[in-house]
Unconditional design. Structure first.
Length: 117
């Protein structure tokens, strides 16, 4: 299951920011940000990275773990997937989803690098 929309809403409210304030902070319009919270669209990779950094949460947790009060997500650090996998904290389904996410991100970064040449 994808928990992205409910997680960003939960994390934003914990920061005591409304949608307009938060959208301005991360550099997008309020309608664009609102579309993420209702699940109509997802952020571009640069905005995703800003979200992870701002909330200090791994992108994997942002999408794949349901945040509830008291849950402490892994910090924003690409190597956290290795830690979780080695501790047996991921189901087979989560590993498959994360592999797809990783491959997608790597593909985007590769395309951007080639485009910069």
């Amino acid at each position: 299951m994808n928990y992205f929309k409910q997680n960003i809403r939960h994390l934003r409210s914990k920061k005591e920011m409304n949608q307009t304030q938060f959208a301005e902070y991360i550099g997008v319009t309020k309608p664009r940000y609102a579309s993420w919270e209702i699940g109509q669209s997802y952020p571009q990779i640069d905005a995703l990275l800003r979200l992870g950094e701002f909330f200090d949460v791994s992108l994997f947790d942002l999408f794949l773990v349901e945040f509830k009060d008291g849950y402490k997500p892994y910090p924003f650090n690409p190597s956290t997937i290795i830690e979780k996998g080695s501790k047996g904290e991921l189901s087979i389904e989560q590993v498959e989803q994360l592999t797809k996410v990783r491959d997608t991100i790597e593909g985007i970064l590769t395309q951007n690098a080639v485009g910069d040449l």
